[in-house]
Write a protein that binds this ligand. Structure first.
Ligand code: TRP
Length: 451
């Protein structure tokens, strides 16, 4: 068997994993969930879950990957023959996410273009976003541009070049996000929003806060979908898994936190404290940010720069999502890489177009308690499959493979500081807690209980 290449340099792995993890999940999804599900309370719950559940799952996945040196499709089966199917189930998640991730990527591309053409003022109008997404052709065209670009990156194998670029562009994204959040929080009227976002208010705690925070955590850190197993299989045997996990988590959470700080107070500044504006959902970033850019000097330029950096972060993620599906296909069927890539693109286009039409022509298609077509896909993958795969992974490790296997992999490079905590979490607390969330989620969606 050919030896797997490993990441170069000390920070190589952390940067590559963080580069794949940081994407629309942080910039687009986190702020609208935080706005909707309790502001500071959401933030607090999210951070607690990140250092407990997120930590445990990420350590587990990286260790599984490094130990087995296999892709998720095969890694689970190699650890325990009876659990091979879990790798396949995990790979279903990228399959469901890919089409709509590219659709949102298309929205970002459109907004970058709008800013470049100097139309921040138009984009800042209340009706702009709604008109755009409900049109039939325009959003589909931008979506096609995005998904074809993603495909070309994979076909021409320029991932390496992209990885190099991301060493400059990701810090740039971080900087501009810091700059924008400073601009926003110093506007008159933002204080209310800063308070809402940073101060936990117990009144805002609900079951939904937990549901939303847990699925967002898995989504944003690319957990419970095989991705971190793949990254782990490339992780050098010389490095400490626990430390790397902390660094990836910190980076990913910092970006999400800043994205919220740039968007949520802006909702208060530009919509006169209208609470309903907090529940805008997936459109929040696209409705709010143009207003910010429109109100600042050189807004079109800064807006264009910002959306281009977001676009870049989105492409690195969509490439990694598509790559996961393609290698899943290659592991299962005897087909060429090119063929697999084209099949995945065709599938992505078909479903992505359906999602896009769900905002216009087919907006009548509603899933009760869930929302439109995009919301439905998002719900199945993030609110059902992610917790399910996360819980099953813990159960498999806790009772069938035994946590000691993971512990010994971590301890190859020094002490595992959180060893005791890890063992209890992976065996008992994580599975039980996640099961509770999962059941509540499903019952809630079917209207059997009120959450
Ligand atoms: N974590 C990514 C983000 O925050 C999104 C994502 C979901 C992803 N699944 C993935 C990225 C698989 C890479 C691979 O945007």
């Amino acid at each position: 068997m050919e030896k797997r290449s490993t990441f170069q340099g000390k920070l190589g792995f952390v940067l590559a994993a963080a580069g794949s993890a940081v994407g629309l999940g942080n910039l687009w999804r986190f702020p609208y969930l935080a706005a909707q599900y309790g502001g500071g309370m959401f933030l607090l719950v999210y951070i607690i879950l990140a250092i407990t559940f997120g930590f445990v799952l990420m350590v587990t996945e990286i260790a599984i990957g490094r130990k087995t040196q296999l892709s998720p499709m095969k890694a689970f089966g190699a650890l325990n023959k009876k659990w091979g199917w879990l790798g396949k189930l995990a790979t279903v998640v990228p399959v469901l996410i890919f089409p709509y991730y590219c659709l949102i990527g298309g929205w970002v591309t459109k907004y970058a273009f709008v800013m470049v053409t100097g139309k921040a003022a138009e984009a800042a109008e209340d009706t702009f976003f709604g008109n755009y997404v409900s049109a039939t052709f325009d959003p589909i065209i931008w979506f096609l541009i995005f998904i074809v670009a993603t495909t070309l990156v994979i076909i021409f194998g320029v991932n390496r070049g992209i990885e190099k670029l991301s060493r400059i562009l990701m810090p740039a994204l971080l900087l501009i996000t810091v700059g924008l959040s400073i601009f926003v929080v110093t506007r008159p009227g933002s204080l209310e929003g800063v308070k809402y976002y940073l101060l936990p208010n117990i009144e805002n705690l609900s079951v939904k806060t937990f549901l939303a925070a847990l699925s967002q955590l898995f989504y944003s850190m690319s957990l419970a979908m095989g991705i971190m197993i793949t990254y782990g299989s490339y992780f050098s045997k010389e490095e400490h898994i626990e430390k790397a996990t902390r660094q990836i988590e910190t980076f990913d959470t910092a970006i999400a936190l800043l994205a919220g700080l740039m968007i949520i107070p802006a909702v208060f500044v530009f919509s006169g404290g209208d609470k309903a504006a907090l529940s805008t959902g997936p459109s929040l970033m696209f409705v709010t940010l143009p207003k910010v850019f429109n109100s600042m000097p050189a807004g079109n330029f800064i807006g264009a720069l910002f959306f281009f950096l977001v676009l870049f972060a989105a492409i690195t993620s969509s490439v990694s999502i598509m790559e996961a599906i393609v290698s899943g296909l290659l592991d299962t069927f005897k087909i060429s890489r090119l063929k697999a890539t084209v099949i995945v693109m065709a599938y992505g286009i078909a479903l992505g177009v359906v999602c896009s039409l769900g905002f216009g022509l087919w907006s009548g298609v509603e899933f009760p308690g869930i929302g439109g077509i995009l919301d439905f896909l998002d719900f199945v993958s993030n609110s059902i499959l992610l917790p399910l795969v996360g819980m099953l992974t813990c159960l498999m490790i806790g009772f069938f493979v035994k946590p000691d296997l993971i512990v010994s992999e971590v301890e190859l490079n020094g002490p595992f500081t959180m060893k005791k905590f890890y063992k209890v979490m992976v065996k008992w607390i994580a599975p039980i807690f996640i099961l509770a969330i999962l059941v509540t989620n499903i019952l809630g969606a079917f209207g059997l209980i009120k959450i």
